[in-house]
Write a protein that binds this ligand. Sequence first.
Ligand code: VAH
Length: 317
Amino acid sequence: MQQETILITGASGQLGSVLSKRLQDKFGVNNVIATDLRDNPSFVGQFEILDATDFEALTTIVIKYNVTQIYHMAAILSANGEKNPLLTWDINMKTLFNVLEVSRIHTISKVFFPSSIAVFGANVNRDNTPQDSNLTPSTVYGMTKAAGENWANYYYEKYGLDIRSIRYPGVIGYQSLPGGGTTDYAVDIFHKAIKNEPFECFLSEKTTLPMIYMDDAIRATIEVMDAPSVNIKTRTSYNVAGVSFNPEEITNAIRTIYPDFKVTYKPDFRQGIADSWPKSIDDTNAKNDWNWKPNYNLEAMTEDMIENLKATYLEKI
Ligand code: VAH
C-alpha cells in the first residue's frame, strides 16, 4: 500500500494547527507537511513556508514530498473578509483553484475542502437548516465557500477528484486562537473567565449560532476523509452539527464554575453577519452517509475548555 504523504495549507490557523498534530498522529510526523504563509518556529514536524496563491510554489512542494493528500485549510474568515471583500475573494478562490488544479495534474488521491455554515443566508429556515437549502451567503467569505463547494463538486464530476468537504459551525477549542471569525467570541470568553477578567461580547445575548467543539470538528474531518468513497454521496459539502447556543447560555455554563464572571454585550458589525446565519443545523446526511455523531454538548465543552485552559495558563506562569 502506497505511503500516504499529507500536505496541509493554513497549518498555523485555528483548525489547521490542531489538525496538523492529529494527522501526524495518524500518518506519522515525517509524512505530514505543514505549510503556512509565515514560518512557525514552534511547530514540531515538517514545515514549509507556502503562499498557496502561488501555483508554482504549491506544485514544487507536492512534487518534492510526493504528496498524496491535501487538506486545504487556508482562508480569510467572515469578519476579516468583510474588511477587504475583493482581496478575500481573490485569496480564498485563487488558493482553492491552485489546490484543485495541482490535485488534478498530480493525481492527488484525496482532498479536503473546509466549508462553513456561512454559506447560508437569512432567507432559509434558520432552525435545523436543511442540507439542501439554497445558498445566499451575506459575507464574501460565505460566497467563497458556496462557490468553492460547487467547484469541488465540479472537479469530482468532471475529473473524478476525490474531494470531500464539511460545513464547519463555529469552532471552539483551547489549543489555538481563532482569527477574524464571527464566532470567535465563544473562544475569547473562556480566556477572560480563566483570567478572572470581565468579557465584552460583540454579539447580543440571545444570538444563537451552531458551534462545534474542536475535538468533534477534527474527528468529523478525519471521519469524512476515512469513509469509503462510495459512501460520500454529497460532493459539495456536508452539514455537520455540534451544539447550538447563545452568549447568555455559554455565560451561564461558565458561571457554574466561575459564579462571579462578568459579561456585558456590545454588538458590532458582526451581529449582522450572525443574524444571517442558521441557529441550528440538520446533519442527517452526514449521519446517514458516514455515521457522524457529536460527542460534546455545552456542559462537556465548557468543562473541557476550562480544565485545559487552566493548565495552559499555569504552564505560562
Ligand atoms: C467564522 N469561525 O466565524 C468561522 C466560521 C461558522 C463560522 O466559518 O468566520
